[in-house]
Design a protein around this ligand. Structure first.
Ligand SMILES: [Mg+2]
Length: 256
């Protein structure tokens, strides 16, 4: 059962101020069109990863989870209203405590089934090794529970610090967890990149924090026209984690 903190409590527990950082404009690029004419390279001092579908192979059937939580009719209605994806945690927040409790149990069931089949994403371990060799910090933000993060750490012997689960409020796409990590690292958000497979959670969190955002899009689903007018755009897009190292080397100053 996740620890649920009211927003006011979360702010009290983590009371540092969040200054507004200006995001330096850089040209849009992706790993297939690396520009050699890029202006002065930005410094990179940390990378923050999403967990499910980014550091781990996607195993949770989110559509089935949403159906189970919302019911078929509500699912279809909400899906139509939110073509870029359903924010299930946000959606159930306004429900009665009893209904909410049941929804969290259903979500936890799906997440548990996912844990049984957990696999590390190809390229994740190599990328972590590369970041370590450059003394670039590694953090993790997930909307999954902290126990799933603990299991991930334990099973794959990779550690991310800080690693925040959904007990940290407000969660992604709010920039708060990313700003919290930047503050803990004592680095500017503009020196950090958020990497994740969700446009609406990871990219929005990264951009709102004033960081770089890299979208992992294995299947090319975000090439679909329905995402063309989405308010937030990633700075980079890759189809696998193995592309991230060359992207970092081409676009950033990785010196300590
Ligand atoms: Mg994800």
């Amino acid at each position: 059962m996740p620890l649920l903190l009211p927003r006011a409590t979360a702010l009290f527990l983590f009371p540092f101020p969040f200054p507004k950082f200006k995001f330096p404009k850089i040209p849009m690029a992706n790993s297939n069109t690396l520009s050699t004419a890029a202006p002065r390279r930005a410094r990179l001092r940390g990378v923050v990863f999403d967990m499910d579908g980014t550091l781990t192979v996607p195993v949770i059937d989110f559509a089935a989870m949403y159906r189970a939580v919302l019911g078929e009719k509500e699912y279809i209605r909400i899906r139509a209203e939110n073509p870029s994806g359903i924010d299930i945690l946000h959606h159930i927040e306004s429900w009665s405590p009893e209904k909410q409790q049941k929804a969290y149990e259903t979500i936890a069931d799906f997440e548990r089934q996912g844990l049984d089949r957990l696999q590390i994403m190809p390229g994740a371990a190599e990328l972590c090794g590369f970041l370590d060799s450059k003394n670039i910090r590694r953090g993790l933000i997930t909307r999954n529970v902290k126990t799933a993060v603990d299991l991930f750490h334990e099973r794959f012997k990779l550690s991310f610090t800080p690693a925040l689960g959904r007990e940290y409020r407000p969660y992604k796409p709010d920039p708060a967890p990313l700003l919290h990590i930047c503050a803990a690292w004592e680095v500017e958000p503009s020196e950090v990149m958020m990497v994740g497979d969700s446009l609406k959670d990871d990219v929005v969190c990264g951009k709102r924090a004033g960081s770089f955002a890299c979208l992992l899009d294995e299947s090319g689903r975000y090439d679909s026209p329905e995402y063309a007018n989405f308010d937030y755009k990633p700075d980079f897009k890759v189809s696998s984690l193995t592309e991230v190292q060359s992207l970092l080397e081409a676009h950033f100053d990785l010196s300590p």
